[in-house]
Design a protein around this ligand. Structure first.
Ligand SMILES: [Zn+2]
Length: 281
């Protein structure tokens, strides 16, 4: 695989951040995603800054882009103030780690809010984002990810991503991460080529702020609002659609969040991704 490609997969940080970067390189990845800390909780991590600096150095040397994925309990729009504050602290910690590792952003799911008044959910999310960006002066961005709709209605559309970002006090610190499975399962995309969302006002407005892609197949149908990643080429989202998405966002870091193939690695899917992108799938 060409060394300047921006395609890769999620990589384990077993052995540290530098070890993760080396693992990505060995797989031929031009980008990778990692968990900066335990993704199952919002606890803070006192990380090894020397290891992080060595990760940054390795990635620069080999022209590898990286993104960090925030912890799963994060909820920017939680009705519980304690959860919102712990989410903010956790994300500031993630940003610090990611910046030290040389990563371009920290992916965070669009907020979830299931109470009666939907507007409150959006307001809470904006307030939490403002709280974080006010306290963050680095160049690493928060990357808001679109949702499949399995955690409520929020964050399924590109309009919401664009609107939330533009209503924040410091939008320059915020970008987007588009997940192919979520875009499909939400019903925004039917998996077809040249889809209408791409040419819609929101699609056009979102495009320049998309800084990362999650490339996943979908076990369930478009519009099912069920989030289960399938291996590339399996499930309901066809490979031709994935190829189109990659070509629509050239040079944007795109990482697989799928299970490894039969050989225990992502090598096969990485090659599939490249072949589809080049239109020879
Ligand atoms: Zn994702």
């Amino acid at each position: 695989m060409a060394k300047n490609n921006r395609r890769g997969c999620h990589i384990s940080t077993r052995g540290g951040y530098r070890a993760a970067a080396e693992r990505a390189y060995a797989l031929g990845c031009g980008s990778f995603q990692y968990f900066p800390k335990n993704p199952r909780g919002l606890g803070l991590k006192h990380f090894d800054r020397i290891d992080a600096a060595r990760c940054l150095e390795f990635c620069r040397e080999h022209n590898i882009a990286s993104i960090a994925h925030s912890a799963y309990p994060s909820n920017l729009a939680s009705p519980d103030e304690g959860v919102r504050m712990r989410t903010a602290s956790s994300l500031l910690n993630d940003l610090d780690i990611a910046e030290s590792c040389g990563s371009l952003g920290v992916v965070v799911h669009f907020g979830a809010y299931k109470e009666r008044d939907p507007l409150t959910g959006y307001k809470l999310m904006i307030a939490t984002l403002d709280y974080i960006t006010e306290r963050w002066q680095g160049s690493c961005r928060l990357l808001i990810e679109n949702m499949a709709g399995n955690h409520g209605f929020m964050g399924m559309t590109l309009e919401e991503l664009v609107q939330i970002r533009s209503l924040c006090r410091e939008p320059d610190k915020i970008g987007f991460c588009i997940d192919s499975c979520h875009l499909f399962a939400s019903g925004v995309w039917d998996g077809g080529l040249e889809p209408s969302w791409a040419q819609s006002p929101a699609g056009l407005a979102a495009r320049e702020h998309v800084k990362a892609l999650h490339i996943n197949g979908s076990v369930y149908a478009s519009g099912s609002r069920r989030d289960r990643h399938a291996l590339l080429g399996e499930g309901e989202l066809e490979l031709s659609g994935i190829g189109w998405l990659l070509r629509h966002f050239p040079d944007i870091p795109a990482v697989l969040e799928t299970a490894p193939g039969a050989d225990g690695t992502h090598l096969g899917q990485l090659l599939q991704m490249k072949a589809e992108e080049e239109g020879r799938g």
